[in-house]
Design a protein around this ligand. Structure first.
Ligand code: THU
Length: 155
């Protein structure tokens, strides 16, 4: 039997056309790219998460001379936020990037490892939205699980 998956998402021309909370989170993600340590790739990624109690945390990619030891911006901030959740859930993450000091034009799409982590911290009862930012357009996905269908979940 053939089955199909469909993916619903929203596209915005700029943060100004998003709701105020999302607009603020996008701005925090853009600012957070200055926290990046990316001497190898020179791709500076920033991420910001909003908690259900209103707190906002930011993080950025942190690289290492032993390349696999580095961490993406998303996992940097997601693990930190989860460690400091104090019973709150993560409701939204925004991701942005700069190259050569200029914001990238197209939205930064999270890698598979970060998507896997998102699916564990956003649940169907408390979905985490994902906002990926470029200077030309911004995409919003209401549920991180939609970005990682059939994610690993066997324990
Ligand atoms: N990177 C992120 O931090 N997030 C993404 O969504 C894509 C890639 C980082 C990993 C590495 O430090 C650099 O960007 C180049 O891949």
């Amino acid at each position: 039997m053939d089955k199909n998956l469909t993916l619903r998402y929203q596209e915005f021309e700029s943060a100004g056309s998003m709701d105020p909370a999302d607009c603020e989170l996008v701005q925090k993600a853009v600012e957070a790219s200055s926290l990046s340590y990316a001497p190898y790739s020179k791709f500076n990624v920033g991420a910001a998460v909003r908690m259900s109690d209103g707190r906002v945390f930011t993080g950025a990619n942190q690289e290492n001379a032993a390349f696999p030891s580095g961490t993406c911006a998303e996992r940097t901030v997601l693990f930190y936020a989860h460690a400091h959740a104090q019973g709150a859930s993560i409701v939204s993450i925004a991701i942005s990037a700069c190259q050569g000091g200029v914001q990238v034009s197209q939205p930064v799409s999270p890698c598979g490892a970060c998507r896997q982590v998102m699916t564990e911290f956003g649940t169907n009862d408390n979905p985490m939205s994902v906002i990926i930012v470029g200077s030309e357009r911004i995409l919003k996905f209401d549920n991180a699980n939609d970005l990682m269908p059939f994610s690993f979940d066997s324990f």
